[in-house]
Each structure stands twice: as structure tokens, then as C-alpha cells.
Design a protein around this ligand. Sequence first.
Ligand SMILES: [Zn+2]
Length: 470
Amino acid sequence: MVNLTFFGGIEEIGGNKVLLEDKSTRVFLDFGTPFSKEKVYFQWPELRPANIDDLFKTNILPQFKNFFRFSKGEPFVDGILITHAHMDHYGYIPLVREDIPIHTGRYTRDLIKIRNRTYYQTWDRKIGHLEFKELKTGRSKTIKDITVYPFSVDHSVPGAHAFILRTSAGTIVYTGDFRLSGFMKGLTETFVKQLKKEDVKCMICEGTNLAKEPREADKHKLPSEGDVERKTNYHVEKADDLVIYDGSTVDLDRIRTVWKVAKKHGRKFVMESRLAYILLETQKTGLIKDLPGKGDFLIYLNRLKQRGTDKYVEVYGQGRVNHEKRMIEDPEIADDWFVWGPDGRDKILKNPEEYLLYTTNGIIMMIQFKPVDKDIPGTYIYGKAEPYSEEQAFTYERLKNWIKLCGLKMKFAHTSGHCSPEQLSEILKEVCPEVLIPIHTEFPSLFLELIDEKATRIKLAKEGERVEIR
Ligand SMILES: [Zn+2]
């Protein structure tokens, strides 16, 4: 018998933490930040949990014994398996003690480490103590009583995995997040092909795109990443002034797509500093090809307020976040690749038709770029398929307020990071798992419409409740 306990991802998008217990073996499948739960009590950046107790007292995180940093005794689990480098799947691993290994793919490990270097090293962000162990598609890994078969899948971040787990109760599948609309959809197809050969006892399946009514930004969703390129191209062709593209963090496929469009139209591609750093560091690992490299884009540096003045000015060095400092000090990055604060913004606004600005935080960009008495002349392309965002607490209404205030034309060009309900239905009917447990969805009961009820039984798990698989 195997026990599954869901400490997150139930009736919420993200925050996945699934405890799998088989005989004397215990592992977590993902250990993500539950943004929707954090949002109830906290607000970034001023109202943040100050220590782990703040997460316990708000019931955001259970008090697992012998699990968190600085605890002692026999470790609570034998390991944590992380599917991909989105915070809602890995965000709480900094809280875990050093002798609990983190099993994940190379891309995911590198992206977690690179992203981490762009954060202030607060108590909940330090990862230097963690031991990462590599998972590889095509190579199984045995952790005591269970064996893990990692499979690469397509998602809106490179390097995502799904897991097939051999347990004493049979084969258990955990999809993580996956899609069939990206350039790497062949990976997901291979994974599904394998599932069809398996006798699947239990499938823990994500259902992000299940919704009772279409969400506003969902109405503009395109079928594939190729369509995103065509649509972005169409909008840029029509625009005769600045184009701002607002995309998701670490969606490197999307950066490539938008960069190609900028190049085609002879526009200078400007990236916010955090993304520029992630891109340059990712390239050093040699993992991903065909991405814009050094000299292919300009790096926008945020303004910072200098102490002792009431004027916003660019400050070099002191106060600048680490990743910006590193790029500024990198001898291989030329000075004129930077767009320096207020001066750089003035330059862009003087000839807006020459630039395409790529950001993951459009509101911050608009706050900084909008002149006091004028509009920002241009087009705003919203490129996030999920308006609630898996990555951050996010107010879609506030974004629209800013776009209106700036006088920007709002357009859309995006595709989802997740399967559509129709695609899920097809997969589930072909795989025919004995038990299906929905996760990473606000509406788990909608899975009832997607399955063959004669072949598959749905178990709607409750948070913290143990589900027995036998
Ligand atoms: Zn994800």
C-alpha cells in the first residue's frame, strides 16, 4: 500500500507538495510556494513572513518534524523530487535541511541556482546548503522502495519533467506541469506514448486550464508558440512607436520568439536586468541553443534612489542588486549594452519606434517609463496565458489601470504553459489510469467531464488527508 498526502495544489494553482509513502520510504513530489495561500495573509514586498514560524502560524506550511533547516533527528523524508523551475513547484526548498537530497533535472537545478542569484538572500531564499542530485530522462533512480523514471515534458520553462514511479502498489504517475503547444511538444508526446504502454494505477494530473468560465486573458489564448510568433509579428508590424512585451519569468522559448520578431523589424531588443542575467548565465551552462547572446540585446537597469537626496538618480555600485553588479563588472559586457536608468529611458522615448522592450513585470516598467505629463507612445503586448500568474501574486485589474493611464494600446500574444481540457481528456482516455487525482487546478471536479468513467475513478483529495493506493 502507498499513501499519498497532498499538502498543496488542492483547489489551487500551484503550491504542489505531495508526500508519497511506500513501506519505509518517504518522498515529496515538488515542494512549491502556495502563492494563493500566502496572499491571504501577506503582501510582497512590505508584508512578508519574517521567519518560518510565520508560515506555521498562518497554516501556510505544516510543521513537519525533522525536516526543516536547523532541525535534528532522523530526516522526515528520503528526498524531494522537483519537476521544474517554477516557484510554485520548488519555492519552499530553501527551508529544507541540508541532509535531505533534492532530486531534479540539470536544467531545473541550474535555473533554480541562476534565478536564486538574482534574489536578495533573505531567510527563505538561501539554497547554498542544499544537495542536488541529478535526474535524467531515460535513466531510472531508486530511492529505497521506489524507483523513479523521469520523463522530459514541454512546459513554459525549459527542462520540465514528469515522473513515472514504480511502487509496491503499482505504477504512479505525477505529471508536474505539461503542455502540447510549445516547440518541444514532442517530449510530451513521447511521455504520453509511454503512459499508454503502462498499467497506471494512479495518475496525479495537473488541470490548470480547467475553468468554469473563461478567464479574461484566456480568451486571447493562441493554440501554439508558433502562433505567438505570428501574432507578435503582426502587432509589431502595425506599431509605429514603442512596443512593450510582458512575458512570464524563465519562459526562455518566449524570449527567443519575441527576440526573433524584434530582429526581423530592426528593433533593438531591450531586456530587464533580471531576465538578461538569467539568459546570459543559462547560456554559460550551454544547455539551451538559439537564444539571444551578448550584444544581441540591451540591458535595462532600474533606477535606484540615492540616499540623502529627494531625486531619483542612477546609482552605480552601492545598493544595486547583485546580478546587476555582476553584469556591470563583467568585462565582456560592453558599456553601451546598458540602458542606464532615467537617461536610458529618455533615449528610448525619443525614438520609441526603434525599440522592443521585454519585461516580466510590466507595471514596474510603466511606472518607470511614464513621463509625468505625457503618455508612453506605444503598444503593450500581454504575453502571459495565466492572468493570476503561477509565479507571483498579481493583479490583472491593476495592470489594466496602468496600461490605460499610460495611453498604451493593449494587445495579446500568448499560448498556455498547460494542456487544454480537450487535450487532457484525450490523454486520460488513452492512458486509462485506475485512479485519477487532480492537482494544480481550482476546479478538480471538472475532471469528471474528461474521463471515461467506466475505466477511471476520480479521487478528489482534500488537503492534508491521506489517500491510500492499494
Ligand atoms: Zn509550471
